[in-house]
Design a protein around this ligand. Structure first.
Ligand SMILES: Nc1ncnc2c1ncn2[C@@H]1O[C@H](COP(=O)(O)OP(=O)(O)OP(=O)(O)O)[C@@H](O)[C@H]1O
Length: 311
């Protein structure tokens, strides 16, 4: 069984039943942020440019190597992924587009080890290590982060405590000393500010009563606080108004380094205008059928998926 801290870290990036509210609740004691810590935000940290230049193709080392991946729904045996090939190198931003039901979300869920799916063939290497046999919490601690289309609530656990536990789980894995609440507050506060979130969200229970847009911002807060070598962002643009989308894009762009990468799923060009992908992939019937640059997305927007499938 995973140690509690590791499970807490994994819970940040997983909505699997393994990390349901009931399983997370005993792991984390609720602390209000110390009363002597002002909840007023301090000076803003420097925001990244809203619209960066197009991401260059990197010559970085492979971070994720997926070969011939097939996967099925565990309960029914229904095959969803039908032979996915995908390589993501350090420093690259990849976007996956495709019509509803083509398998985009399933791919990301399989990558994080969602228990509803079974890998039936192929390989997944993450930083050269076989991911398939790793537990979801091990994948999280190895540097995978996933923001879900519908982020879960965790009643009884404040955002602040949740983030602190997750950060300390990562630090423990790296042999770093745990942060105390006061120290952590100075880390998290500017990030809350950058995302234009009310600091009160830190003291609210994770996603409880949050609007759809607030949940999405909160997911990106988790990503920016915890960090990731590879962030899987499933439709972070859905339900966000124009301003919120820009705030989220600034936060994501601000996290990018030559070492880490993003795989984002979207239906909309507007996200690709704000977070410039190195590659855009089109998924159909559980496979990536085409890969190119952002112009593919434009073709999709103009011609629809049917014409792309016929190319
Ligand atoms: N646990 C499950 N049980 C049954 N069917 C499933 C399950 N998970 C995925 N599917 C089916 O697999 C197909 C792919 O689903 P998936 O969510 O990956 O699509 P998607 O490309 O992300 O779609 P969208 O753009 O609508 O979000 C769909 O037909 C879906 O109904």
């Amino acid at each position: 069984m995973a140690p509690p801290l590791a499970a807490a870290a994994a819970a940040v990036s997983s909505s699997s039943p393994l990390f349901s509210p009931s399983s997370s609740r005993p792991l984390i004691r609720r602390h209000a942020p110390p009363s002597y810590v002002s909840m007023r935000t301090r000076g803003r940290s420097q925001p990244a440019a809203a619209v960066p230049p197009p991401a260059a193709e990197s010559s970085g080392s492979p971070l994720l190597e997926v070969r011939g991946l097939t996967a099925s729904v565990k309960e029914t045996g229904q095959q969803i992924l039908a032979g996915v090939d995908l390589t993501i190198r350090e420093g690259e931003i990849h976007a996956i587009m495709g019509k509803n039901g083509s398998g985009k979300s399933t791919l990301t869920k399989v990558l994080v080890g969602h228990p509803h799916y079974e890998v039936t063939g192929g390989t997944i290497l993450f930083k050269g290590e076989d991911l398939v046999d790793m537990e979801p919490e091990e994948r999280s601690l190895a540097g995978l982060f996933m923001s879900f289309q519908a982020p879960i609530e965790i009643p009884g656990v404040s955002n602040f405590d949740f983030l602190l536990m997750a950060v300390n789980a990562r630090r423990e894995k790296s042999g770093l000393p745990a942060l105390g609440p006061l120290e952590f507050y100075s880390v998290v506060s500017p990030k809350v500010d950058d995302l234009k979130m009310d600091p009160k969200f830190l003291d609210r229970n994770v996603n409880e009563g949050f609007s759809g847009g607030e949940r999405k911002r909160n997911e990106i807060l988790q990503l920016s606080v915890i960090g990731a070598d590879l962030a899987l962002l499933d439709e972070i643009d859905s339900g966000l108004d124009v301003d919120a989308l820009e705030d989220v894009a600034i936060a994501v762009n601000g996290l990018l380094t030559p070492q880490n990468s993003v795989l984002m799923i979207t239906h909309y060009q507007r996200l690709l205008d704000l977070i410039k992908p190195s590659y855009v992939h089109i998924m159909e019937n559980g496979k990536i059928i085409k890969t190119g640059d952002s112009s593919i997305a434009t073709q999709i927007n103009e011609g629809g998926f049917k014409s792309i499938a016929l190319v």
